[in-house]
Design a protein around this ligand. Sequence first.
Ligand SMILES: *Cc1c(COP(=O)(O)O)cnc(C)c1O
Length: 468
Amino acid sequence: MKYVSTRGSAPALPFDDVLLAGLARDGGLYVPETWPRFSRAEIEALRGLPYGELAARVMQPFVGGRIAEADFARLVAQSYADFGHAAVAPLSQLGANTWLLELFHGPTLSFKDYALQLVGRLFDHVLKQRGQGVTIVGATSGDTGPAAIEACRDREAIEIFILHPKGRVSEVQRRQMTTVLSPNVHNVAIEGTFDDCQDLVKAMFNDQAFRERFRLGAFNSINWARIMAQIVYFFAAATALGAPRRAVTFAVPTGNFGNVYAAYAARKMGLPVKRLVVGSNTNDILTRFFDIGTMEMVPVTATVSPSMDIQVSSNFERLLFDYYGRDGARLAGVMARFRRQGRVTFGAARWRRMGRLFAGYRLDDGATKAAIRRLYEATGHLLDPHTAIGVVAGEACHGESDSALVCVATAHPAKFPAAVEEATGVRPALPARMADLFERRERCEVLPNDLGTVQDFVSARLAAKAAA
Ligand SMILES: *Cc1c(COP(=O)(O)O)cnc(C)c1O
């Protein structure tokens, strides 16, 4: 199995190279050269398997022999061994034909753990085999930082530096990062905003000498391996509900389009997915596109579902690649036009074809809080704001379809306690295994918003470790 770029001019690469590369050299995103297909019998055989075994089977074709089968199976099993639920990604029932796919049983209570726990181990494995190491550098507004840190802690080939804006992430989010005391984890609180943190990270990557000297790397949301790991739970959910005989509709609260694209990939692999519903907050570029056929960038506004506060959904390009007949050169032109003009249409026929599979639905903050309250009263489930948006979007777009409606719960309500409490009067508690989070010791370096100071800190920390 090789991977090709959505912009058509980067070299095709095998799995391990794509894993480490992230973005393709031509600015595109890597996708499999062809979609592996699972027969009905193969899908049938997945039902009831333990999550780790099901995961190894679903992902094996994508690895293409570049990691030994037994090694891969072991890394997958280790990735999900410590999740807080025996089923890893359990379903709970919300209504007669409506289900919640709970993806908040990982170490940081976000669905991002499902991909990052594996990606951290894959990085470590491939780098060790090559006798290399990497310094992961990232900025966080509070959401991805904890999942990235948990994915990298104690991995020998990885050092990780995460910058967060001092005093501007929630206490739960900060503690999820700063209470990880592993020697390869370096938390930095920057005296500035999230944008300042992002600018510092960008500047470090743009400093070529610095980047090469410390082998800077990232595993951002466009990394193919993250998508691959997310395909698994769509197979797990659908087979548990009766696939391949019964079709499913997935409703996914969406930001960068990674999660819902993984559901699309599962469909390309043979899973009977009837429709894909994209939930948006006020930052509704995707919902507007599915409604009117024009994709237009507008400034981002802050909402109670901050993980979906995006201007452009980067993984959407992977979907477009298929809808443009996998013509990378043509898509490169379309994407360049979009960047230049801030708006683009993809043609009425193509938009209609997309609309047969996808639907979008938007909730503003008021509607989101009302939904959290209504769903709590109707079902007894406390839902985080992102999840509540997905559920309402699913209900609105599923209609009378006979497919099972599966709404993806992307975060535990205790990750967003303020919004949930405001909506319901109930403050969601952290799961028992995290109940002592507020007593754990923290370690974090506070630094000014100054590139030289931050670079000196990175360099000093790495030198100290090399000497130790
Ligand atoms: C990251 C995130 C999302 C958005 O997922 P995408 O794959 O970027 O579409 C939704 N909800 C939560 C809680 C998240 O952390």
